[in-house]
Design a binder for this molecule. Sequence first.
Ligand SMILES: [Zn+2]
Length: 225
Amino acid sequence: MCEPFIRNHQYNFIKKQAGILEQALRTIADPKVLESVRSGTEAKIVGLFPNAEDARKQMLEEVSALKTAEDFQKYMRTLEPYMAEFPQITKNQIQKLFPKNKKLKIPDLTMIDHRYVTYLGWNDAATNKLFIVYPLNGQFIGLEGRFTPTNKKSFCFLCNRYEELALFSAVSKKRPANASPDYYKAVGNYLCMNSHECNKNLTDTSALEKFIESVIGLTGYSYPV
Ligand SMILES: [Zn+2]
């Protein structure tokens, strides 16, 4: 048995691609078209892990042999034990990521299934703030900003799903070299109201990483993973 290697958003990506293939098998009769969907699905899934060793690769490639709804369910279940958990972080470490928030409310980490987490996100209704913790390049990054519910549905910039959104705006810590002392720049984006749901939908981390970069640059508060 190999070590866990599939992160939450990668698992979601595989599930989504497998779902597209399953749908194609139900609706497309042309064997040539089906074959191309099949090989495309396999290539996308295997392509997520360019350095995967043979055993992992073989396991992922089995997607192209799936036929029935049961096969697809079984395939996803087979991958579950290989899901890599969100790295361990303590309340104390989280507190250190947000040094200006003396009364930081931190969710009960023991209640969270860390396999299904790409980023930790929670909001504090009392202060209208959203907090995000994300491991980037071996460091935990803490991101905080104003959280404003929009009471509307649209597309989340992180997971791209049509969900109820909130505006998340953070003050950028990046400063131009000749900035005046009162220089201020806010960076904002619309994301899911519910971080738990967002994590379930997330298939790619590039938007989140780009956003983090635009807020903190390389000098934000961080803590080794
Ligand atoms: Zn989302």
